[in-house]
Design a protein around this ligand. Structure first.
Ligand SMILES: NC(=O)c1ccc[n+]([C@@H]2O[C@H](COP(=O)([O-])OP(=O)(O)OC[C@H]3O[C@@H](n4cnc5c(N)ncnc54)[C@H](O)[C@@H]3O)[C@@H](O)[C@H]2O)c1
Length: 355
């Protein structure tokens, strides 16, 4: 099966490979490395083993590092354990770290690589939809601390990303759907064909073996690649990627991160559509709800939560000062960043969300 290669430009360009059985690309990506650390979680150990076999076959010394699953991987203590293993095995500046798994595992692996000897190369082998279309590219790496999620990290782009589509067949279906929320976001902010494809066949959109999910993933990767190439460190254009995230982040906080990011962003996109309509922009409320419902993603939230959500939106780390910034749509694929402090308007939009 063909492999699609999507370039990501910017100060440290790299490529995203999308396809099946991509492990053969690893030795070239590893470059001059003599050692590779393969950081993985238990549910994806099979894919980590594939990567290991290929690298050993190419003559590298491979050190497997299994880390706790999902968000439990993203701690300073797990990163420290990785550094201890790298130290014990004599990892030098030309060696490489490889993250295998969902976004949590690749965020951790990238962070471990960013700090080891002040930065060594790393490769992301993304195995979840969210990992492929969001976490693996853009160069953000990091861990969580008591004060909040993703508060400690570094911009450290990988030297290459492999979106291993065969892995999606073992990804739990609810994770496939949750990952599609970020894909829908890409449709609204930049690539309306994404929306057309889901509307035409929402069942095919979640089929891990089919061509529609593959096309959706490729399209969202291109959207993100184009944005982050222009703005690696989130000083400008990258802000459009926050569509649906102002309320989405607030819901994640209110739920103490028990809700998936995709579910929170889904509700956040409906809210952004409602706020957009109230501020005289394009009306995508019905379309947003219908697409998200067709993917079994949530479109509403608790009516009694407004005060808590408003406070959370005010202190979101991506807010500037106390003003609340929203990405809204002037038209589909025409996003604009807007500061809104009109609490009555925001509350009224929330009432529509929960009605
Ligand atoms: N760096 C970034 O720019 C960025 C962007 C978005 C999200 N993130 C981060 O990504 C994380 C969320 O990523 P996620 O949604 O992939 O969640 P995750 O990494 O927690 O993975 C979800 C679950 O699916 C399992 N899994 C992954 N691939 C699998 C497969 N092929 N088969 C079976 N099980 C599989 C994982 O082991 C885990 O149990 C969060 O920590 C978030 O902060 C980072």
């Amino acid at each position: 099966m063909r492999t699609t290669v999507i370039p990501v430009g910017g100060p440290r360009p790299y490529e995203v490979h999308v396809g099946r059985d991509l492990y053969g690309a690893l030795p070239a990506l590893a470059g001059e490395a003599a050692r590779a650390a393969v950081v993985f979680t238990r549910p994806v150990q099979h894919y980590a083993k594939h990567a290991t076999d290929v690298l050993v076959g190419a003559g590298l010394m491979v050190v497997p590092i299994e880390v706790p699953d999902a968000e439990s991987a993203k701690t300073v203590s797990t990163a420290e354990r990785c550094w201890d293993v790298l130290g014990a095995n004599g990892f030098t500046r030309t060696d490489v770290v490889i993250g295998v798994g969902g976004g949590a595992a690749t965020d951790l692996a990238g962070f471990a690589a960013a700090c080891w000897l002040r930065g060594v190369a790393w490769i992301s082998i993304a195995t979840s939809v969210n990992g492929m279309v969001d976490a693996a590219l853009g160069g953000k790496t990091g861990v969580n601390i008591g004060a909040g999620k993703n508060l400690v990290g570094a911009f450290h782009p990988p030297v290459g990303v492999l979106c291993e589509l065969s892995a999606l067949e073992t990804l739990p279906p609810e994770q496939v759907r949750a990952g599609l929320a970020e894909v829908v976001k890409g449709g609204f902010i930049a690539d309306p064909v994404i929306l057309d494809l889901i509307e035409a066949d929402p069942v095919a959109a979640v089929d891990p073996a089919g061509s529609v999910l593959r096309e959706l993933i490729e399209r969202k990767v291109r959207v993100k690649a184009e944005v982050v190439a222009e703005d690696l460190t989130e000083k400008g254009r990258r802000e459009i990627l926050n569509y649906g995230h102002t309320l989405g982040h607030a819901i994640e906080r209110a739920e103490a991160y028990a809700w998936s990011h995709g579910h929170a962003v889904a509700v956040g996109m409906v809210y952004a559509a409602l706020v957009g309509r109230r501020t005289g922009r394009v009306d995508v409320v019905d379309r947003t709800r219908s697409i998200l419902r067709s993917l079994d993603l949530p479109v509403t939230y608790r009516a009694d939560a407004w005060d808590a959500l408003l406070s959370a939106m005010r202190v979101d780390k991506k807010a500037r000062g106390a003003s609340m910034r929203f990405v809204l749509l002037d038209a589909v694929a025409v996003p604009a960043t807007v500061v809104i402090d009109d609490e009555d308007l925001l509350r009224a939009a929330y009432e529509e969300l929960t009605a």
